[in-house]
Design a protein around this ligand. Structure first.
Ligand code: NDP
Ligand code: GUE
Length: 287
């Protein structure tokens, strides 16, 4: 038996096409396309790739994308001033501040300064809190995209055993909240978890968001599990070339899983498509 490959690239293309229809509609109503402002501080190479991919996708969906590149040594005050300007700019419907920020800047402070209505990453405490208590919110893009892939594979998730590996505010915590809202029975594992393999063995759904290349072994998996690999790790292969791998050991997981997302081509494209969906949602709410 071999797992069904979940084609995140194809699912993301469908979502982007849906978003483009919504964009056309809001343009006809409001006379202005949704606007996304992306703030990039310094030259993080992974972030640069993400920012470039996002720019192309937003324009293809008919949105206006404006990038603000600031030098790595920019002061916190200057960044907060830019956020205030974008908050006040009526042409800006969504703001994304690329993480990680340089160490001398307090990321929590910057996120808290965002207008929650424009927080298309869903990182502001108001949106994070709303998600926790089941109120309408802007939901973080990566877990939102993961949930779409899981539901498409499994349908109704109620009563399903789910394991989320990782408890970051960007992926793990909101992922656990979304799965709980869908009535899955959710376990959250992290660096202090004892017997990770034992938890993996019980899970019908495994979401791996750790940042350690190929750490989840295929042999740990419950046969037929739905495996969502969030990890984006750049490693150097035997040929000396760099390539991307996930947090799941794909080769050993493939024969044992029921469904699995590849890296690249799985969760990553969904993150970008969900960012566009969130920007449309924010534009509609503000219109
Ligand atoms: N595809 C996409 O669109 C995106 C991909 N990513 C990728 O996902 C991965 C995770 O990202 P992010 O959540 O931001 O990462 P963080 O570094 O913020 O969080 C990693 C989590 O993994 C946990 N962890 C570390 N070591 C272990 C271990 N040995 N066993 C179990 N858990 C462990 C940590 O535990 P503790 O809390 O105890 O430290 C922490 O909760 C990265 O590879 C990142 O590049 C991220 C965002 C979007
Ligand atoms: N404020 C903020 N929000 C984020 O959502 C955020 C962030 N900061 N900082 C960095 C991480 C990482 N991240 C990725 C998104 C898409 C791909 C992606 O498109 N990946 C493709 C292609 C990757 C390639 O080939 O280079 C794929 O997996 O197929 C990767 C990584 C979002 N993040």
């Amino acid at each position: 038996m071999s797992a069904i490959l979940i084609d995140g690239k194809a699912r993301a293309a469908r979502l982007r096409a849906e978003v483009a229809l919504g964009v056309a509609e809001i343009v006809s109503v409001r006379g202005r396309a949704p606007g996304l402002a992306v703030v990039l501080v310094g030259e993080d190479p992974a972030s640069s790739v993400y920012v470039r991919n996002k720019g192309v996708a937003t324009r293809e969906a008919g949105m206006v994308s404006v990038e603000h590149k600031l030098p790595a040594d920019v002061g916190e005050d200057a960044l907060l001033a830019l956020v205030a300007t974008l908050n006040a700019d009526d042409a800006v419907d969504g703001i994304l501040v690329q993480l990680p920020l340089p160490r001398h800047i307090d990321a929590d402070k910057v996120i808290a300064a965002l207008d929650p209505a424009k927080d298309v990453d869903g990182f502001h405490p108001v949106n994070a809190g709303r998600l926790m208590i089941g109120q309408p919110a802007l939901v973080p893009c990566t877990p939102k995209g993961c949930l779409m892939l899981i539901e498409e594979a499994l349908g109704d998730l109620s009563g399903r055993e789910a394991l989320v590996i990782g408890r970051s505010s960007i992926v793990g915590k909101p992922m656990a909240a979304l799965l709980t809202a869908k009535s899955a029975t959710v376990t959250v594992a992290h660096s202090r978890t004892r017997d990770l393999a034992g938890h993996v063995a019980r899970a019908e759904i495994v979401v791996a968001a750790v940042g350690i290349p190929a750490m989840v072994q295929g042999e740990w998996l419950r046969p037929g599990a739905c495996v969502i690999d969030v990890g984006i790790n750049r490693v150097v292969g035997a040929d000396g070339k760099g390539r991307l791998v996930g947090d799941v050991d794909f080769a050993s997981a493939l024969p044992r899983a029921g469904w699995i997302t590849p890296v690249p081509g799985g969760v990553g494209p969904m993150t970008i498509a969900c960012l566009l969906a969130n920007t449309l949602q924010a534009a509609r709410a503000r219109a």
